[in-house]
Design a protein around this ligand. Structure first.
Ligand SMILES: [Ca+2]
Length: 214
């Protein structure tokens, strides 16, 4: 019996051999993968703003005068005709007595001074009587806009000559001493100017120097 089963199985096994194709076709599926690499280059351009003009320290106040910037600061200390031209240099070597471009600037200077000393003080400013007006009283030729000239080397125009009523009066000359009132001062409480001579002393000076790229 076992023999018969084996024969039958062997018979079918042979028949199966005949059913298998002699050549098998193998289909290979092939795919192509395209990889695209995109390189993005980001260029970051940092724009550095141009340096701004400023004052050398925060003790100075920046004033924009259009084509240049000016810094002002009050020198506090006894000042008269002997040291009038040197006190500002004690703040900075480039500092000189400051003039005024207009009434706004003398108001600014007054505010700065009052913030430091809240009572009226007189300060030398950057204006001296011009030589042709020495010994001259206030008149049409030597007036508030013509008797004095700015001494700081940068201030121009006459809008900054903001005198108190009746000034510059050349008081000593008018009182008969013969001394001319050469130096201009400002009063911090009134923001008005006055001329004084070598008989007088004040509490300081308004100093100025050009702003720079610090
Ligand atoms: Ca005067």
């Amino acid at each position: 019996m076992i023999f018969c089963v084996c024969v039958i199985l062997a018979f079918f096994a042979r028949v199966g051999d005949f059913c298998i194709p002699t050549q098998q076709v193998v289909t290979t599926s092939s795919s192509t993968t395209t990889t695209t690499t995109t390189t993005t280059t980001t260029t970051t351009t940092t724009t550095t703003p141009p340096p701004e003009l400023s004052c050398i320290t925060t003790d100075w106040t920046l004033i924009n005068r259009g084509s240049y910037s000016w810094c002002i600061r009050v020198y506090w200390g006894y000042a008269n005709y002997l040291n009038v031209d040197s006190v500002c240099a004690t703040l900075h070597a480039d500092a000189v007595r400051s003039g005024f471009l207009n009434a706004s600037e003398i108001a600014t200077a007054s505010s700065i001074a009052l913030a430091e000393r809240n009572y009226n003080q007189r300060l030398f400013v950057g204006a001296d009587r011009i030589s042709s007006c020495y010994y001259q009283p206030l008149n049409a030729v030597c007036s508030g806009t013509t008797a004095f000239g700015w001494t700081d080397g940068v201030t121009s125009g006459t809008d900054g000559f903001v005198w108190a009523v009746g000034q510059p009066d050349n008081l000593l000359y008018n009182s008969g001493t013969g001394f001319s009132q050469i130096w201009a001062t400002m009063s911090t409480m009134t923001a008005l100017m006055d001329d004084i001579g070598d008989d007088d002393a004040v509490q300081g000076a308004l100093c100025g120097m050009k702003a720079d790229y610090y």
